[in-house]
Design a protein around this ligand. Structure first.
Ligand code: ARG
Length: 374
């Protein structure tokens, strides 16, 4: 029986991995973590295990989402193993005191059709993160004879992989100049990418060049998927001074059909770079619409994400989405498009690395691979 099969972000969801908050830690200072922090948080954070109370609060919201997925959406749910992330790591290339967490499988596992790729990430604290999913992957692989299980080349995460002169201050003019010339904290020494930089539109994969995904990583994905007929498109959002993961910048809401264009929601503060928009979408069946503003611009401290987590929703079928409960402007917009919204509280999880889309990773959605471009 085929267990792994997911080609896009909207087909009817049947099985999914949902992360956990257990043993979550605040990473130590390292280039890939520094680059994601606000100027205000840069010199004030303390690494190590998150507070018990913070983890408990997140757990309540994770488990509530689990119930909604299982009992209201009829989705089969898988949860990662609990691993103690307060343990140190030492490799021949780096050493850190503690690791991260298994809250965001969307970053770690890239599902393309019948294949799951453990992605070559760039945060040292996330070096072994895919291990939390090894039991799940191994179990599925034993049962599903068509599943492809791949580990992309593991980067060294040595100092040589980063631009150590990166302008850390996210308010500085220098930072803006770097981002506008598509220069980020990771350099081009080794291929790196996070799964959450990849937007899956059937035969087309739109991949964000970002702090977490370099051009070599995009090229790796291009060569890896080429023989199966995938097309990989590189995209940039130069308005984002901390570009990490595409799922708060560009989200598909409505797939195109013969009768009407599809709709992609683009963050208004991070419009697609004009040249990319022209190259990827002009003459296509996709219309780009601006996302509504978030309900609030407040985010928890040490949150590696922005208030654009309001866009970080999960479509469980073309006409149903799970959205953070306070994001009324997003909910109204989706409902105006005929997408019913299930509202869940999720702000206590934001500090763990993301929103509702980030904390999940598809295993199976109904439907085959299609081309949504002419
Ligand atoms: N960089 C995004 C933002 O701040 C956050 C993306 C989180 N996504 C994820 N898959 N962890 O808006």
């Amino acid at each position: 029986m085929d267990i792994v099969s997911s080609y896009n972000e909207w087909d009817h969801l049947e099985e999914i991995i949902l992360g956990i908050p257990d043993y979550a830690c605040i990473p130590q200072d390292e280039p890939a973590y520094r680059s994601k922090l606000d100027a205000a948080d840069l010199n004030t954070f303390t690494a190590g295990l998150r507070k018990d109370e913070t983890i408990q609060k997140a757990r309540v919201q994770f488990d509530n989402l689990a119930r909604i997925l299982e009992y209201q959406c009829n989705v089969k749910l898988l949860r990662p193993e609990k691993i103690d992330y307060s343990k140190s790591i030492k490799t021949p290339f780096f050493e850190i005191e503690n690791q991260n967490c298994a809250a965001c499988p969307r970053d770690t596992l890239l599902v393309i059709g019948n294949e799951i790729i453990e992605t070559p990430m760039s945060n040292r604290a996330r070096y072994f993160e895919s291990m939390a999913y090894r039991k799940i992957l191994n179990d599925i692989w034993e049962k599903d004879k068509n599943m492809l299980w791949t580990n992309a080349p593991k980067p060294t995460m040595a100092d040589s992989m980063y631009n150590l002169d990166f302008p850390w201050d996210d308010k500085s003019k220098e930072r803006k100049d770097w981002i506008e010339s598509y220069k980020y904290v990771t350099n081009e020494t080794e291929p790196v990418f996070d799964a959450a930089d990849v937007l899956r539109l059937g035969k087309d994969l739109v991949v964000q060049n970002s702090f977490t995904t370099n051009r070599k990583g995009i090229e790796w994905l291009r060569r890896h998927t080429k023989s199966r007929g995938y097309r990989v498109h590189e995209i940039h959002f130069p308005g984002d001074l901390s570009p990490v993961h595409i799922d708060c910048s560009l989200i598909p809401l409505v797939p195109p059909t013969n009768e009407r264009k599809g709709i992609l929601m683009n963050c208004p503060e991070r419009p697609i770079a004009p040249a990319d928009k022209e190259r990827i979408f002009s003459g296509s069946n996709w219309e780009i619409q601006s996302a509504p503003m978030p309900f609030t611009t407040k985010i928890p401290e040490l949150c590696q994400s922005s208030y654009w987590l309001c866009m970080n929703l999960l479509l469980v079928s073309p006409d149903r989405a799970i959205v953070e409960e306070t994001e009324i402007p997003t909910i109204n917009y989706l409902e105006s498009l005929g997408i019913k919204c299930l509202r869940v509280p999720f702000r206590d999880v934001y500090g763990f690395g993301g929103g509702i889309h980030c904390v999940t990773s598809d295993i199976r959605r109904r439907g085959d691979r299609k081309s949504y471009f002419p």
